[in-house]
Design a binder for this molecule. Structure first.
Ligand code: NIG
Ligand code: FE
Length: 411
């Protein structure tokens, strides 16, 4: 099955299979007045002007973009979209003066979501997560990482990860799964932190590996959650089971999550509000991706991460939504681009690359999506005709999307 898209105003994101850092991250490669041939759900060939006529012979379907642009679909490398209930009551508590940490100390926050998720039926969790994923897809997301971490018992972590596996099997979006058993210490281990870590290591990791349920393992390295030593132990053990490390690092304080992640060869370290100069140097010198989550920083009114400094220093920077009910109830990647430009002074080009190709590498799918390369999945956004690339992050909240293609099929 072959499809050709013609009359494309600009074909954007013509980048090779590698994450972008300075200076390449400053530019978005494109051609004007383009066409794109898709065969068997994959990008096959492109060109400009009327040269499409020769390629069209192979195509059974011709789509007229009418001057709209084609770009790679967004790659959202950090989400928690499997949950039972929203937490707007805590939103009100914070308006009335409580902090995120104070709410957690009272047994709310992540533990509130845990209490709900444990009681929730797996089919209901799947249906809700499916709706969220579908809505994200229509907002341009073609690849997504989804974490567990609201179960915190063997049974409930398996329940979450099975929901994610079902989403992998039953939706066309590219999905990677992450085991986040070290998201918080559950109430039954309140006074036995070491016991909970032992439970993760002796019981959860082997069982999850047995069913092949997780691509990555993540730890919330933070005061009152897990220390850098706990993080190292859990990530090193997970790596033995083939789960690549990720870290929730330096979100609420400086907890050495970044350096621990780098030492464990983490694929990414995420959040980074309290990232310091030494961390910036270390990230710039290596390949661990610095994933910035503007939704959570904005929603919790945290201090800003040194995101633009990270780019300038030579780190690989990705943007993701952190979609979850407590700190970022939003799944729109274009909004993350806007926030990154407004709050951290990313250029529109940097925000585009961080939300596409670099996000793909932050979840290990850079070889199959995130840019326009022959053989990559045709996970694409067709935009309305746009005056410039800057219009995407500039027009906050406007929809710039005409349609979304996943594996070459219009959704
Ligand atoms: O990425 N920081 C830790 N975990 C999530 C929040 C989870 C929650 O509040 O439910 C985050 O912000
Ligand atoms: Fe998170």
């Amino acid at each position: 099955m072959a499809t050709i898209i013609i009359n494309i105003g600009k074909l954007l994101g013509l980048h090779a299979n590698q994450p972008l850092k300075i200076p390449a991250v400053n530019d978005v490669a494109y051609i004007d007045n383009a066409w794109l041939l898709i065969t068997d759900g994959k990008i096959k060939q492109w060109g400009s002007g009327t040269t499409w006529q020769a390629a069209a012979i192979a195509a059974s379907q011709i789509i007229d973009a009418e001057g709209g642009w084609i770009m790679p679909a967004f790659c959202d490398s950090h989400t928690h979209i499997v949950f039972d209930a929203w937490r707007e009551k805590e939103f009100e508590d914070r308006i009335n003066g409580l902090t995120y940490q104070e709410i957690f100390a009272r047994g709310g926050g992540i533990l509130n979501s845990v209490e709900r998720l444990r009681k929730a039926d797996e089919v209901k969790l799947y249906d809700d997560a499916y709706q969220r994923l579908y809505s994200m897809m229509l907002q341009g997301t073609g690849a997504i990482e989804i974490k567990s971490g609201y179960g915190l018992s063997l049974e409930s972590e398996l329940k979450m990860l099975r929901v994610i596996r079902k989403l992998k099997n039953q939706t066309p979006v590219i999905i990677k799964s992450t085991f986040l058993g070290a998201h918080a210490v559950p109430v039954e281990f309140k006074n036995d932190m070491a016991g909970y870590i032992k439970h993760i290591i002796d019981d959860m990791l082997p069982a999850i590996a047995d069913e092949g349920l997780a691509d990555f393992c993540d730890v919330f390295c933070e005061q009152d959650y897990f220390t850098a030593d706990d993080t190292k132990l859990i990530l090193e053990t997970a790596a033995k089971y083939g789960m690549k490390p990720k870290v929730h690092a330096e979100q609420l304080s400086h907890s050495n999550g970044i350096s621990t992640g780098i030492n464990c060869n983490a694929i990414s370290v995420d959040h980074l509000e309290f990232c310091n100069e030494a961390d910036i140097d270390a990230l710039s010198a290596g390949n661990t991706i610095a994933t910035i989550l503007p939704g959570a920083q904005f929603f919790l009114s945290l201090q800003k991460p040194p995101a633009r400094q990270l780019i300038n220093a030579g780190a690989i920077v990705a943007l993701a939504t952190d979609y979850n009910p407590g700190s970022s109830p939003m799944g729109n990647m274009a909004l993350m681009m806007s926030m990154a430009c407004i709050m951290y002074k990313f250029t529109p080009q940097q925000s585009f690359n961080a939300a596409t190709i670099n996000g793909a590498f932050a979840m290990d799918v850079g070889a199959s999506t995130g840019s326009i390369v022959e053989g990559k999945c045709a996970n694409l956004i067709l935009t309305k005709p746009l005056p410039s690339l800057a219009f995407i992050p500039y027009a906050v909240g406007h929809t710039f999307i005409e349609s979304v293609f996943i594996n070459g099929i219009k959704q």
